[in-house]
Ligand binder design. Structure first.
Ligand code: HEM
Length: 587
């Protein structure tokens, strides 16, 4: 049952109770007070949802709070892990007053993700109203049914192989700017939060790949810099995106958000209260949303006027009109949106276009920065993996300081394996979420219509039932010849989700992550600052390092690399032949 219907039932029942009490002759004030008391009891005990989900095991219901304290303290990933150990692979937890059914089993998780299409609406910020709510629901991430299907077709050409190849030089040159920045850090000798440095790079890649704008976030700034306005815009976007993710963690969110999760039937009143008496976090979130919206709108306006004054926008072949999708040039994402037509020939509204730009900006910024930071954390904690990574990179042909190209990637299976393995241990999308429309039977449990179904990616990817030496960082498990370390079930790896709603940007992300990791380790090694093992993470929309990954950067001697490359080139050709990855990311 959706929140709206549940609200109608609760308030309908209260109205009926009030009328019945009045008919029995109770004075109106007393009847009103009894109704308020009944509402409080309903809010505290959540009888309807508890009755509907009573047969599914899980930690006991806690009146009013549900399990929000666990979500706020240890995070959903660790909480789900604990519950799986106690209650088995299918269990329910209470996100405030809402029951979530969690699947911590590879095959059942796959079934849920393939059978169910939509993400639950409750996933939308419950405080969003009006234009903001519409914008959230119109973005590819939260859109539903036919709207989702139309939008997914519109987005697709931006991730076609030809498009990805076109983005590669831009990705590599942003990685080079990051290398230049880290070179200065290495010379200065101070520690740096590599998570934030990489975040500046991933936002710059979004700028160049999607919008054709050089945010110049990592470029050196000579005097009288013409790039200053763009850099200011890029910085604003980075801050806004970071704030959006930060405030998606329930422990950092506005108090009104927690209240909305605790009392979903009162959401309209809570949302009015939040707007009338905003707290500091609410104001920050609203400012961040407005920054993102304004940036998206101005990019759309620029693209539209460029399209009017010159040649038509990029090929509409990927639009919902339905020809075979083809690649698009870097910077053409908005042109793609402008050219899109639905089956009736209508274009996207401004609100729909801005919503797609917001999703691209947010998804392209945070997740890949997290993945790369986790990879650096893992490699820095594993001398063996670091030695193998450096040996592979040193064996690349050509000058040791040249930019790594997309063609080089096929010579770098260990580099790819490092990213795959970091994504296994630290999936930035620690769980996926679907709505059980019409109900679903899973693992012997009947899951009622409308229930939020989470697939616990983090737990599945660390489950020793599927993974030998599950907690160890072993990139070898992704290479041929190490089958003894591979997963016993191919569905036990889903960092990009699965089914029709699987991440649309996964090949973009992998290409960017591999190119960047290669460029970084060609030039540097990284030493973790003390006190960071094991890494503390937090979970909101994504799983991210709690405060970052702090490292000291050490420049590698380039000559030594060149000598190593020459020595490697001659003998043992067979051994030098690139290993093949044993496991491709499930498509
Ligand atoms: C390492 C980087 C990334 C990770 C780990 C990641 C992970 C995920 C996950 C777990 C989902 C949900 C899948 C599901 O529910 O089955 C998702 C969805 C999505 N991702 Fe990514 N992602 C990454 C990078 C990107 C990038 C670079 C973009 C775009 C530029 C992107 C755009 C999206 C979009 C639009 C969706 C929603 C797709 C839909 O509902 O149809 N992601 N991602």
């Amino acid at each position: 049952m959706g929140d709206g219907r549940e609200r109608a039932v609760v308030f309908g029942a209260l109205a009926a109770l009030g009328l019945a009490l009045a008919a029995l002759g109770l004075p109106p004030l007393k009847a009103f007070l009894v109704c308020v008391l009944a509402l409080l009891v309903a809010l505290f005990t959540n009888p309807y949802q508890r009755w509907r989900h009573r047969h599914i095991p899980g930690p006991p219901y806690r009146p009013l709070l549900g399990h929000l304290p666990e979500f706020m303290t240890i995070g959903s990933h660790a909480f789900f892990d604990d519950c799986r150990a106690k209650y088995g692979p299918v269990f329910k937890v209470w996100f405030g007053a809402r029951p979530w059914v969690v699947i911590a089993d590879a095959d059942l998780g796959r079934r849920a993700n393939y059978r169910l299409l939509n993400r639950p609406l409750a996933f939308t910020n419950p405080l969003a109203r009006g234009e903001m709510l519409r914008s959230a629901k119109e973005g590819l991430f939260l859109s539903r049914d036919a709207t989702w299907s139309m939008l997914r077709k519109v987005w697709q050409p931006a991730f076609h192989s030809e498009s990805l190849a076109g983005y590669a030089p831009g990705m590599a040159s942003e990685a080079t700017r990051l290398v230049d920045r880290l070179s200065e850090v290495a010379a200065g000798g101070a520690a740096t939060n590599i998570w934030r440095d990489i975040g500046a790079m991933t936002m710059s890649v979004v700028g160049s790949a999607a919008y054709g704008v050089d945010f110049a976030l990592l470029a050196k700034a000579p005097g009288g810099d013409a790039a200053a306005p763009r850099r200011a815009r890029g910085k604003e976007l980075v801050q806004a995106a970071a704030e959006m993710f930060h405030s998606s963690e329930i422990s950092n969110a506005t108090r009104y958000l927690a209240a909305a999760h605790l009392m979903p039937v009162l959401v309209p009143a809570i949302s009015l209260l939040a707007a009338a008496f905003p707290d500091d976090r609410y104001l920050k979130l609203m400012r961040a949303r407005e920054t993102l919206r304004a940036a998206s709108q101005s990019l759309i306006d620029t693209t539209r006027s460029a399209a009017h004054s010159s040649s038509p926008p990029p090929s509409p072949s990927g639009s919902a009109g339905g020809k075979r999708p083809m690649g698009v040039a870097p910077g053409s994402f908005l042109g793609l949106l402008l050219a899109a037509r639905d089956t009736e020939g209508h274009g996207l509204s401004d609100c729909q276009m801005a919503a797609q730009a917001n999703v691209f900006t947010l998804a392209g910024y945070e997740t890949t920065a997290n993945a790369l930071s986790y990879a650096i954390y893992c490699v820095s904690s594993s001398p063996d993996a670091q030695a193998k990574l450096l040996a592979e990179l040193d064996a690349l042909p050509g000058a040791p300081d040249r930019e790594v190209t997309v063609e080089d990637l096929q010579l770098l299976p260990f580099t790819a394996a490092v990213i795959d393995e970091a994504l296994r241990l630290y999936p930035p999308g620690a769980s996926t979420m679907r709505e059980a429309r019409g109900g679903l039977s899973l693992g012997g449990y009947a899951i009622p219509d409308g229930t939020a179904v989470m697939v616990a990616t983090y737990s599945i990817q660390r489950d020793p039932a599927y993974w030998p030496k599950a907690d160890a960082f072993l990139p070898e498990r992704w290479l041929k010849g190490h089958e003894e370390l591979a997963a016993s079930n191919p569905h036990a790896y889903l960092p990009f989700g699965s089914g029709a709603r699987m991440c649309i940007g996964y090949r973009f992300a992998l290409q960017e992550a591999r190119l960047t990791l290669a460029q970084l380790y060609r030039r540097f090694t990284f030493g973790l600052e003390p006190g960071q093992v094991p890494l503390k993470v937090k979970t909101g929309i994504t799983m991210s390092p709690e405060s970052g990954v702090f490292v000291r950067v050490a420049e590698r001697p380039l000559r030594a690399q060149a000598a190593a490359a020459e020595a490697e080139a001659a003998p043992a050709e067979a051994e030098a032949a690139p290993a093949e990855t044993a496991h491709a990311v499930a498509a």
